[in-house]
Write a protein of this length. Structure first.
Length: 110
């Protein structure tokens, strides 16, 4: 993963996402997914901008099938936002950076 973007897996899901003390953004993607690649630079930019305040990473749905299945991920890209181990927001498809920032700014301010 590039820069501040974490790599989430089925194996580290609990420790990295559910047990995190700061909000977590998870981009569910696959290498063959064109829209996922379009969203990539936005995720990387957010990871740099919110470094230390929000943990931002990606989960490859081809390599990790257990977690996306348990979260009812039916389309990619899907971005989930977690706070204190609970899903608080879900953005499906390629969304503008402003939409992600609005969701994150609510969490960071609270």
């Amino acid at each position: 993963m590039a820069g501040n973007v974490k790599e989430f897996t089925d194996a580290n899901w609990k420790s990295e996402v559910l047990d995190s003390t700061i909000p977590v953004v998870v981009d569910f993607w696959a290498p063959w997914c064109g829209p996922c690649r379009t969203l990539g630079p936005t995720i990387e930019k957010l990871a740099t901008e919110y470094d230390g305040r929000v943990k931002i990473g990606k989960m490859n749905t081809d390599e990790n099938m257990e977690t996306p299945g348990s979260l009812r991920i039916t389309a990619i890209p899907t971005v989930l936002v977690f706070q204190k181990g609970q899903e608080v927001d879900r953005l499906v498809g390629v969304n503008p950076e402003t939409k992600f920032k609005a969701a994150l700014d609510k969490l960071v301010a609270s």
